[in-house]
Design a protein around this ligand. Structure first.
Ligand code: ATP
Ligand code: MG
Length: 423
């Protein structure tokens, strides 16, 4: 026998035992997005490598070392999408959806990053992305934050905290960058290897460092918040006011800079301490500069992405269970004629009893073995058709989860009785 082939490291199957929780997560999110009148957009999973280089930035972790990049048969460099924003903007420009328009989009699907796999960090993972276009001001940012808060609330999740920060305008960021680099250069002896490398390319990311030896240095670093112009300050103040008004609590975290180059003004993260090191379940912010950077007309933009695997882990951790998805009814049938009748009956029942989950025994088997399958399926009722029942045009009803006596009912009464028994 040849050796079996395994899945790729960091890429996981979601087996049927786990899918009800995923469906609960995704259907809750879809319902909330509909309540805010956001529209779904679907993009390819593969894009030209250039798209990500140009949008995410050459000197980010993602582009430097995490992308799945390959040459296709034509020799074009393609990349499995590491995130959805770039593709969404590309699609928006290409389909004429952005210029002079107001849009609220969402998408859901797999993303790919070649990271070191660990709890909450995978090479194929799933995001729900929400992107809005054409809107300036703090209102749309507040709406995105309220929308995400509603997701946690409706899922029944607790212990997820909101952190916000402002990165100011592109110009203010550039000025601050110089101030920060000057400060960090003056303390170069205290920087680790990673930070020295970032000093030229992406100095703001140094503030994000998790290295305990550098925390003192980061604490006393100049803050972007102190170098904002009046407009940017007012923008941030208004966002805080809107969140206060909505009764949301938050922490201003001046070290929150996000890994991607295209953010400006508001950035935010939802963080939990229940998941160990990988505690950010959702992250986003404003990215006004990106559309022009990708060849479109300048357009306001902001959005967020949430990590589905981390939310699933949190749902499990907090003992939140989806509704039962086991079949209501298992239809047992023994004998060639009974098999034909059972198939007909199962279609009638599905037609006449809305919401019914009926599992029809296929592939034969003795009465005893079918009974075992019925029990294992988790069904509440076993319906039984054998030669005897067939002759009497009736069906046996056995209650699998209660002590009620087995009984016989007329086939013609079956839809009404099943409906009654289940409701
Ligand atoms: P992190 O700091 O955890 O690496 P990030 O800043 O790279 O996150 P984003 O690009 O903002 O993450 O993606 C948004 C969300 O997607 C994250 O907050 C997280 O929940 C999820 N996510 C990102 N990378 C992974 C991954 N490799 N595996 C699982 N989920 C991920
Ligand atoms: Mg990352």
């Amino acid at each position: 026998m040849s050796k079996s082939i395994k899945a790729i490291r960091g890429m996981h199957d979601v087996v049927p035992e786990q899918t009800p929780l995923w469906q609960y997560l995704e259907s809750t999110i879809r319902r909330i997005l509909a309540a805010y009148s956001y529209q779904e957009i679907r993009m390819p999973v593969v894009e030209k490598t250039e798209l990500f280089k140009r949008s995410i930035g050459e000197v980010t972790d993602i582009v430097e070392k995490e992308m799945y990049t390959f040459e296709d048969r034509n020799g074009d460099s393609l990349t499995l999408r590491p995130e959805g924003t770039a593709g969404c903007v590309r699609a928006g420009i290409e389909n004429g959806l952005l210029f002079n328009q107001i849009q609220r989009f969402w998408y859901m699907g797999p993303m790919f990053r070649h990271e070191r796999p660990q709890k909450g960090r995978y090479r194929q993972f799933h995001q729900v992305g929400v992107e809005t276009y054409g809107m300036d001001g703090a209102e749309i940012e507040a709406e995105l934050i309220l929308l995400s808060a509603r997701i946690w609330r409706d899922l029944g999740l607790e212990n997820i905290e909101l952190q916000i920060n402002t990165l100011g305008s592109a110009e203010e960021r550039a000025v601050y960058r110089d101030i920060l680099v000057k400060y960090l250069n003056a303390h170069k002896d205290q920087l680790d290897e990673d930070s020295i490398r970032r000093l030229d390319s992406n100095p703001l990311r140094i503030l994000d460092s998790k290295n305990p030896d550098m925390q003192g240095l980061i604490e006393t670093a100049p803050k972007l918040m102190d170098h904002l112009g009046a407009d940017s300050s007012a923008h941030f103040t208004r966002l805080k006011m809107l969140l206060d008004q909505a009764g949301l609590t938050y922490q201003v975290n001046t070290r929150l800079v996000r890994g991607l180059d295209y953010y400006c003004h508001t950035v935010f993260e939802w963080v939990t301490d229940s998941l160990g090191a990988q505690g950010t379940v959702c992250a986003g912010g404003r990215y006004d500069g990106l559309i022009a950077q990708l060849g479109g007309k300048p357009t306001h933009a902001c959005g967020f992405a949430l990590g589905e695997e981390r939310l699933i882990a949190l749902l499990e951790d907090q003992g939140i269970k989806p509704d039962d998805t086991a079949p209501h009814v298992y239809l047992i049938n023994v004998g060639t004629e009974a098999e034909i009748k059972a198939m007909e009956l199962s279609e009638i029942l599905r037609e006449k009893v809305p919401g019914l989950r009926l599992l029809l025994n296929c592939g034969g088997g003795s009465f005893k073995s079918q009974m075992k399958r019925a029990d294992k399926s988790g069904a509440r009722l076993a319906l039984i058709i054998g030669e005897d029942e067939l002759q009497k045009s009736s069906v046996g009803v056995k209650f699998l989860r209660s002590g009620e006596d087995q009984r016989m009912i007329a086939m013609s009464d079956l839809p009404d009785i099943v409906d009654e028994l289940l409701n």
